[in-house]
Design a protein around this ligand. Structure first.
Ligand SMILES: Nc1ncnc2c1ncn2[C@@H]1O[C@H](COP(=O)(O)OP(=O)(O)O)[C@@H](O)[C@H]1O
Ligand SMILES: CC(=O)N[C@@H](CCC(=O)OP(=O)(O)O)C(=O)O
Length: 298
């Protein structure tokens, strides 16, 4: 009788050995993970995401989660009969919309994610940019150019904010206590108002302030696609500028890639756009030779 181990079992050990150099390289490093509203499709995906976060933590990586919730805010606004519109991927936010955004982001979604991570055996604490002065917001300014006259006009987005400053003290405290910070993208401005911040922008600013090794942006596409639907596996800031210019990149992908560029300029080693519809996509990206999604690097 043969005592040779089952080939399936051997394949499992190969997977672990393939992961070894990455486990060694990333131990002790901070990974900021932005979990988009579109990637929160169903309970199974949320559970897989939470398991990935807990696994990263268990192998010595320090994950920090920043989440979105655009579709969920949209659904709540619809229930309340409040109209909403976007300019360049940003939700025009009046005072009422800011209130709803905070309720959905810092209320429901934030606590739900914390519960998923806790259920997967991790420790997590849900906060927003408002807590312990984590993020100070300033009003975001955008302009549009009239195609006929080429005149630039300022678009008033209302209470849409951008991180003006980030104080990482609370995140540092949570990480030191082995707790995964889960951050909702709302913050207060110098004027005392609540500002709604695009979750990608928030994640990028936090990643830069923490000097994170990686920024992952989980969304509902395979990565950045060309006009004929081919996946672009790696991009530099110069490539991105061209792709925005020629209209290949539009809508919500614009703040996402602008975030990648600012994060890299701010000292983050690399940013990756990943398909959050694939279960355990982060593990595939981090611990396999091939990687998936679009890598943005200097
Ligand atoms: N070149 C592109 N490649 C991939 N997605 C693109 C591109 N241009 C625009 N998009 C759009 O960007 C969307 C992702 O942004 P967004 O909806 O804000 O996601 P999330 O809610 O995950 O932050 C995609 O679903 C797609 O519709
Ligand atoms: C200013 C702005 O657009 N804020 C976003 C915040 C949530 C978000 O970014 O969620 P996703 O990552 O799921 O798109 C919004 O109101 O939808």
């Amino acid at each position: 009788m043969s005592h040779a181990p089952d080939p399936e079992l051997l394949a499992k050990t190969e997977t672990l050995i393939e992961a070894l150099p990455y486990l060694q390289r990333y131990a002790g490093k901070i990974f900021v993970v932005k979990y988009g509203g579109h990637a929160m499709g169903n309970a199974e995906l949320a559970r897989d995401f939470a398991e990935d976060i807990v696994l990263l933590k268990a192998v010595g990586i320090l994950p920090v989660v920043v989440h979105g919730g655009g579709p969920q805010i949209g659904a709540m606004l619809k229930r309340l009969g409040i109209e909403t519109r976007f300019v360049d991927g940003l939700r025009v936010t009046d005072a009422e919309t800011a209130q709803v955004a905070e309720m959905v982001l810092a209320g429901s979604i934030n606590k739900e994610l914390v519960a998923w991570i806790e259920r997967a055996g991790g420790r997590a604490a849900g906060i927003s940019g408002k807590d312990a002065g984590l993020v100070r917001a300033r009003k975001a300014l955008r302009t549009t150019r009239d195609p006929d006259s080429a005149i630039e006009q300022v678009v008033d987005l209302g209470f849409v904010g951008e991180p003006e400053s980030v104080d990482t003290a609370l995140i540092d405290t949570l990480l030191a206590a082995n707790i995964v910070p889960v951050i909702a993208p709302v913050a207060v401005g110098a004027d005392g108002h609540t500002y709604n911040i695009n979750a990608d922008t928030m994640a990028g600013a936090i990643a830069a302030a923490l000097g994170a090794a990686r920024l992952f942006l989980l969304t509902d596409v395979a990565g950045v696609m060309t006009k004929d639907k081919q996946l672009l596996t790696d991009l530099t800031p110069a490539d991105i500028a061209l792709l925005i210019e020629d209209g290949t990149i539009s809508g919500g992908m614009i703040p996402k890639l602008e975030t990648c560029v600012t994060a890299i300029e701010g000292g983050v080693d690399a940013a990756v756009i990943l398909d959050g519809r694939i279960g355990h996509v982060m593990l595939l990206e981090i611990f396999t030779r091939r990687g998936v999604g679009t890598l943005v690097h200097a």
